[in-house]
Design a protein around this ligand. Structure first.
Ligand SMILES: Nc1ncnc2c1ncn2[C@@H]1O[C@H](COP(=O)(O)OP(=O)(O)OP(=O)(O)O)[C@@H](O)[C@H]1O
Length: 226
């Protein structure tokens, strides 16, 4: 049996004690190296679930195990270190530092995690290789991220998530600004690089058309039982 990268049991999370659960999920297992497409309408709890997977939020009930580690068992500082060491994120708005070059943005995880830096080998060369593999022209590697197009910024954000081969890559709706053909091309590049690194991918989108790229699918619904 393949090792599970993510295992969730009986999860409930509420933003306020008197609110309906933002996430309620009886069971989820994602095997190492697989890709999961997480979809559902706005407000279904997709971003909340990603924050639970990253240990940014803790469940009210239930258990989230990531790479064999129950996140709730770690104190906050160790959860932060675990996230930096093992998870790469592509955020919805990319969250690049606009004054830093594309290359320096990609290198950021190696500054926050010694493990990521070690696994990158020679970080500068690894960052350049990833940017090239994700189709960012070499001429743009030194440009401030704030001067790049949305499509270029997205490639930088993906390279930053992938550097140092984190075991898990989490992408929150990173393609919504692109047209359909470019969305497909981007997902293929992201999944290809993740597969080469052996990373498990959790990818969020409203757009069910994209589901065909992924090994597994999970639908969340607003205020729902899963
Ligand atoms: N910081 C917060 N404080 C209080 N409630 C929140 C917070 N963030 C999200 N929520 C609520 O939790 C529920 C789920 O929101 P979430 O952002 O996880 O949904 P989503 O599926 O990611 O939506 P979208 O597709 O619009 O990004 C919503 O009802 C939302 O209002």
């Amino acid at each position: 049996m393949a090792a599970a990268a993510i295992r969730i049991d009986d999860l409930v999370f509420r933003w306020r004690p008197d609110a309906a659960p933002a996430v309620k999920l009886a069971k989820l297992t994602v095997d190492a190296g697989k890709s999961l497409f997480l979809h559902g309408p706005s407000g279904a709890g997709k971003s909340t679930l990603l924050n639970l997977l990253g240990g940014v939020l803790l469940p009210e009930r239930g258990r989230i195990e990531v790479l064999g580690q129950v996140l709730g068992d770690l104190p906050a500082a160790r959860r932060d270190a675990f996230r930096a060491d093992h998870l790469g994120f592509v955020f919805q708005q990319f969250n690049l530092l606009p004054w830093l070059s594309a290359l320096d943005n990609v290198l950021l995880p190696c500054r926050f995690s010694r493990r990521r830096a070690q696994r990158a080998g020679e970080p500068d060369a690894a960052a350049r290789r990833l940017l090239a593999a994700l189709d960012l022209d070499a001429a743009a590697h030194g440009a401030p991220a704030g001067e790049l197009s949305v499509g270029q910024q997205q490639r930088v954000a993906a390279a930053r998530a992938l550097i140092g081969r984190p075991e898990i890559v989490i992408a929150d709706e990173p393609t919504s600004a692109l047209d359909a053909a470019r969305q497909d091309a981007f997902i293929d590049l992201l999944l290809g690089e993740a597969k080469a690194a052996g990373s498990t991918v959790v990818f969020v989108s409203h757009d069910l058309r994209l589901a065909a790229h992924f090994d597994e699918k999970l639908a969340l619904t607003v205020g729902a039982d899963a």
